[in-house]
Design a protein around this ligand. Structure first.
Ligand code: MTE
Ligand code: MOS
Length: 778
């Protein structure tokens, strides 16, 4: 439990001041050394083909060009695939997607590099282009064999069901649109080593990729990350390529090399959230209990594995969302297409799985003429129920639903919408509910480890390094809070420093919402270890009554522990009594006695496991639950809509920083709404990205955020494995946004009862308009 005072719980992000002053340091703010070269990629104009030849002769003559690098120039391995070795850094022999890097231009200025890249040409013999995941699966183009989850016996169970519905649901991808584009800056160091500044969620992943393509051992490669202007999963794996390209440039020229992608380069060359197509079958008994569910997922992986397989697995983990279904059979195909490799994106495949079951429930509800929320409510997972992957639920699903209902009164909100619809012909309202359940931990168990390095200096200040990367989510604030609390020091005395592979090795990427849990816990262990040493030193100092004081204003201060030495508000207490010792005196005495004021601590989540051979285990440290109700208004003449409100009851456990956590919820919800409504990635049949700029790809702006977002913290006494019981919050709230899709659908149905729109997200205004006046049918 976090017992910090209420000020620290509402404490602002430690970066807020430097952010608003424009003083926060990003990759582009790293001062450049003299002689720095600028990189630009020549990328494939064709989605699939045999790369016959590359002509760099014109480009080489171009002004300022120092070197042009192609696959044959690499000293190490031409491979950056982290999970499967299927992703060359530079195309060699074949191109697999539009935007695949073919050559790297190094020039004296950025403009010269870009100009020269335009002069490169390639002879490419076209091969068949596949952009559709179902077509890829039908043609046997898979990243790996399909994965399968099974609970009970769904085939048998369907036969006993009163109602069975089958259908198809499609959900598109999503562009990360981090404000800071991808990029890296590499600087040569001694013995052929390198310092690498990278905008990455995974400093170690960058270090490994650079080591592989250059052949330089990892101990000569220092990766340093101050913070990211957003990652959202897009820099978990996909930062590697740009760092590797810069590193190759530095290796071959012995010069610093910088590459920060232009927005359109970033959109064209990087992967996105995976689009999915799915077939579902849902079976209910006469009381609308879901007895059986089966689903087949077709994931559009793009041209290489990247993180597609773990993303695919999380689709399966979350394919029943927060419902208990006794008979489940789910199969998932990762389909290889000629698109840029798709990758992690907030929710990591979970949201796609949830969209499909919510579609199945909406389908059943529409055919049975009941409210989807009735089916949702009846099937919420209870304590002790089993997830299809074997873990037993410690469920807050019903609690969060009930607490939300008590606060927001679902029936009243729905009645208001019904009444409005009865009185308005061309404007309709829709309301939908979305329970969520998201597992916290990397599903690859070995990744659930972290380290923290803590130094206390003789002026009493504290410096911390961890494996966590700050990307706006506030992890550094939480880590600083951990140290401030353990040391009972003001947060201003604590500085969380850059993420650096020389200070912290073998980091897991900052992902899976687990960074604060893993790195915060490691920090807690490190701080507690130092504190124990300081207590011993203080105890010695207090022997024979030295430093004891009778009374003073210090004694008025809060001191709760009665045993031995405690630090409170920077002062030392002994058996609950005040002393004249303080933090600074004890720290300096420890130094004089040659007691270490530094600690490097390791944390690994206990009790988690997963056995893929049977697809069962206990993969998650815990789950995050919540329930949201979303209301929308659709303009039935224009097809446009507004989100009136999102009201949720969210399971924070016990939030250690309400300001940061509420920010994550609001941001997640808006990003989820964007995915479900307006963000439409469009590749043409030739695999060319048409939504390739902010003029053709619409993301939520201030006018499209809900008019109201209400957040009610779930009341619960349950303990969990999170840092100070403060559950992970980074990804789960995005999934509340899924309700927006179903709320719009209800409003459309209120206008055009004949029509049952296809389940096909995003529900763009164009699609809304078509469905308002069409008869499409599922
Ligand atoms: N919030 C901001 N502001 N920027 C981001 O890039 N990434 C999200 C989420 N919230 C992100 C964010 C994603 S995808 C994840 S996995 C988590 O933050 C990672 O950070 P955490 O583990 O500290 O929650
Ligand atoms: Mo988040 S998709 O796990 O980086």
């Amino acid at each position: 439990m976090f017992h910090g005072n209420s000020d620290s719980q509402k404490m602002k992000n430690v970066d807020s001041k430097s952010h608003v002053r424009g003083e926060s340091v990003y990759l582009d703010d790293v001062p450049l050394l003299e002689g720095t070269l600028f990189a630009c990629v020549y990328d494939s104009p064709i989605a699939h083909g045999k790369l016959k030849s590359v002509d760099i002769s014109e480009a080489e003559k171009s002004k300022g060009v120092v070197k042009i690098i192609t696959a044959k120039d690499l000293i190490g391995e031409n491979q950056i695939g982290g999970i499967l070795p299927d992703e060359p850094l530079l195309a060699d022999g074949e191109v697999h997607f539009c935007g695949m890097p073919i050559a790297l231009v190094l020039a004296e200025t950025e403009a010269q590099a870009h100009a020269a890249a335009k002069l490169i040409t390639a002879e490419i013999e076209p091969l068949e282009i596949i952009t559709d995941e179902r077509e890829a699966q039908a043609k046997g183009k898979l990243i790996a064999p399909p994965k399968h989850f099974k609970l009970g016996d769904s085939d048998k169970a369907f036969a006993t069901c009163e109602h069975v519905f089958e259908g198809r649901a499609d959900v598109n991808g999503q562009e990360h649109l981090y404000i800071e584009t991808q990029g890296a800056y590499t600087i040569p160091s001694e013995q052929g080593g390198m310092k690498i500044y990278s905008s990455t969620q995974g400093p170690t992943a960058v270090q490994r990729a650079v080591s592989r393509v250059t052949g330089i051992p990892m101990n000569l490669l220092e990766v340093d990350v101050t913070r990211l202007g957003g990652g959202f999963g897009g820099k978990e794996d996909q930062a590697n390529a740009w760092a590797a390209l810069c590193a190759v440039g530095t290796q071959l020229t012995k010069k610093p090399v910088k590459y920060a992608l232009h927005r359109m380069e970033d959109m064209r060359m990087t992967g996105k959230r995976h689009p999915y197509s799915a077939d579902y079958k849902i079976g209910l008994d006469k009381d609308f209990r879901i007895i059986a569910y089966s689903a087949t997922f077709y994931q559009n992986a793009g041209a290489a594995c990247d993180l597609s397989l773990p993303v695919l697995e999380r689709t399966l983990f979350h394919c029943t969302n927060s419902y208990f279904i006794p008979n489940v059979s789910a199969t998932a195909y990762s389909c290889k297409t000629n698109l840029p490799p798709n990758t992690a994106f907030r929710g990591f495949g979970g949201p796609q799985g949830m969209f499909v079951i919510e579609s199945a429930i909406a389908h059943a509800a529409e055919k049975l003429n009941v409210s989807a929320s009735e089916i949702q409510r009846k099937n919420l997972i209870e304590n002790g129920d089993e997830f299809p992957y074997g873990q037993i639920a410690e469920s807050e699903a019903i609690t969060s639903w009930k607490q939300a209902d008590e606060k927001y009164d679902f029936a009243k909100l729905k009645a208001e919408a019904d009444e409005f619809n009865a009185n308005n012909k061309f404007i309709k309202k829709g309301v939908a509910l979305m329970p969520i359940c998201f597992g916290i931990s990397f599903t690859k168990t070995p990744m659930n480890q972290a380290r923290s390095l803590v130094h206390v200096y003789t002026d009493g200040s504290v410096a911390i390094s961890t494996g966590a990367v700050e990307m706006g989510q506030g992890v550094n604030t939480k880590i600083a809070q951990v140290a401030a609390k353990v040391f009972s020091q003001p947060i201003g005395r604590v500085k969380v420093h850059t993420t650096n592979t020389l200070r912290i090795a073998n980091t897991s990427p900052t992902a899976a919402s687990a960074a604060a849990d893993l790195n915060g816990r490691a920090t807690q262990i490190a701080c507690e270890t130092i504190l124990e040493r300081l207590k011993t030193v203080a105890e010695e100092m207090l022997k024979d009554g030295a430093y004891r004081i009778e009374s003073s204003e210090i004694s008025e201060m809060r001191h709760t522990q009665k045993d031995g030495v405690t630090f409170e508000n920077g002062f030392v207490f002994f058996n609950g009594e005040p002393t004249s010792l303080d933090w600074l005196l004890v720290v300096n005495e420890a130094y004089n006695q040659r007691v270490s004021l530094s600690e490097h601590a390791h944390y690994a989540t206990q009790g988690i496991n997963f056995d893929w051979s049977i697809a069962k285990g206990h993969p998650f440290a815990y789950h995050v639950y919540g329930t949201a109700i979303v209301g929308v208004t659709v303009d039935c003449q224009r097809g446009i809509y507004e989100v009136d409100y999102v009201k949720c009851c969210h399971d924070f456990g016990s939030s250690m920083n309400a300001a940061v956590d509420n920010g994550q919820i609001e941001g997640g919800i808006v990003q989820g709404i964007g995915w479900m409504t307006m963000e439409e990635i469009f590749y043409d049949k030739n695999g060319r990205l048409r939504s390739n700029a902010l003029s053709t790809y619409k993301i939520p702006d201030i006018y499209s955020v809900p008019k109201e977002i209400e957040i009610l913290p779930l009341q619960t006494e349950r303990e969990n494995l999170a840092i100070f019981n403060s559950k992970a919050v980074g990804e789960p709230p995005l999934m509340y946004g899924i309700a927006t899709y179903f709320a719009i659908r209800k409003a459309v149905k209120a206008f055009n009862q004949e029509n049952l729109p296809k389940f096909d997200a995003p529900f763009t205004p164009e699609k809304v308009l078509i469905n308002l006046y069409g008869k499409i049918g599922m």
